[in-house]
Design a protein around this ligand. Structure first.
Ligand code: GYE
Length: 307
């Protein structure tokens, strides 16, 4: 170790770092992979992790954060289910001198000093990537093109931004029309229910489905098959996340494209927590690197999938 590094080391308190983490829920395969990544990274680093699953309810997250404050954890981590309504509880953490690291979903707060950093994806960019795929895929089809959208959880950062990014790109082509856009909860169940309703209302008029995550797309695929249509053929389907099951669906020809959203944030979270406790300054935003995969590249890529 050189001198610089020794100076930066935290005082050795003789006890492991304690992190309280409030997770959104267990709504999707993405979330399961994210939870596993965080737990494994904590274990590997010998960090004591207090883990709470909020079951997609903001009040549960606020309660968990308050309990972490009263237990005097070293660092609080959390993935906010919705964007707004965090000012008060984050102020409580700040007043208690506990640094907060946000992962995955962003918060909307007037005072950005209420958290240290946000580690996660650029959801608007994911929406743009999905939009670009649709523009390209449908370029030879005569318009108007009817697009159905299944949004993620109402007021969640990924639902807001995946919608915005997608619209921004398809707006450039007047043939593209979003004819239906309902809010689901990022679950397979709600994806199926919403798609069933869309099909009852629009039937064969829907040419494209944009789903804000894989799980809702899988539910929609079931609904499309039950209606006697061929997912991936009669309806072009693009989703976000890029989990293994999406690759399997692409290999079966039922899903056309998935935009990657990497859930494996555990190592970065633990690293950031250690650095913050050591007194290092972190960038306000740490963005994960991601790609786009289609039916054409699925066979080559599926072996590399870690989630
Ligand atoms: O896309 C979805 C999950 O916040 C990025 O939440 C995450 C999203 C992910 O339920 O599958």
């Amino acid at each position: 170790l050189n001198e610089q590094e020794t100076i930066d080391l935290p005082p050795d308190t003789g006890r492991p770092l304690v992190i309280g983490f409030s997770q959104v829920g267990s709504e999707s395969a993405w979330r399961a992979a994210n939870t596993k990544s965080i737990k494994e990274a904590a274990k590997q680093a010998n960090v004591e992790l207090l883990f709470e699953d909020a079951q997609q309810k903001q009040e549960n997250q606020i309660r968990a954060i308050r309990s972490f404050i009263s237990r005097k954890v070293d660092v609080i981590g959390f993935s906010p289910v919705v964007e707004s309504g965090w000012g008060e509880v984050l102020k409580e953490a700040k007043d208690a001198g506990i640094p907060v690291i946000i992962t995955d979903r962003s918060v909307e707060v007037a005072d950005s000093s209420l958290y240290i950093t946000l580690i996660g994806s650029n959801f608007k960019e994911e929406g743009r990537k999905a939009g670009k795929y649709v523009l390209d895929k449908m370029r030879l089809v005569r318009g108007p093109i009817h697009i159905a959208e299944i949004q993620g959880t109402l007021n969640s950062a990924p639902a807001i931004d995946r919608k915005k990014g997608f619209e921004e790109v398809i707006r450039g082509n007047h043939a593209m029309n979003i004819v239906a856009s309902d809010t689901g909860d990022f679950t397979r169940e709600s994806g199926k229910a919403i798609m069933t309703r869309y099909l009852q209302k629009y039937g064969r008029d829907i040419q494209v489905l944009y789903s804000h995550n894989d799980d809702m797309a899988f539910g929609a695929i079931e609904a499309i098959e039950e209606a006697g249509l061929r997912p991936g053929k009669d309806i072009v389907i693009v989703s976000v996340d890029g989990g293994r099951e999406a690759f399997q669906a692409m290999l079966l020809g039922k899903l056309n494209c998935t935009v990657e959203c990497n859930p494996l944030l555990g190592p970065q979270l633990i690293q950031a927590a250690k650095e913050v406790v050591a007194g290092h300054t972190l960038p306000k935003r740490i963005v994960t690197r991601e790609g786009v995969f289609t039916k054409g590249t699925a066979a080559r890529e599926i072996e590399n999938r870690k989630y």
